[in-house]
Design a protein around this ligand. Sequence first.
Ligand code: SF4
Length: 94
Amino acid sequence: MADNERKQLSRRAVLKGAALIAGLAPLVQVRSAAAAGTVPKAAMKYQDHPNGKQDCSNCVQFIPGKTPAAMGECKVVAGSISPHGWCVAYTAKS
Ligand code: SF4
């Protein structure tokens, strides 16, 4: 294989890789956008305190913040969610 052919193949491989990465970027953005909920807090009767032993930190929908005490997000409810909040969509972790 001539040097010129090798360079062309290598350039093609780099361009294919770049195109693949560029093509995947929107999918990654869609996935992260889908992770956080969009339902308004009022519609789900969200409160920033627990309902008995039920709170967001032990709900399957909760997306924790950087620390256990930090505000997180929810897969259902929009906005910043307290780990000690609660709403009607509460579903206990098993
Ligand atoms: S209790 Fe409601 S707001 Fe809290 S994490 Fe679960 S679904 Fe989200």
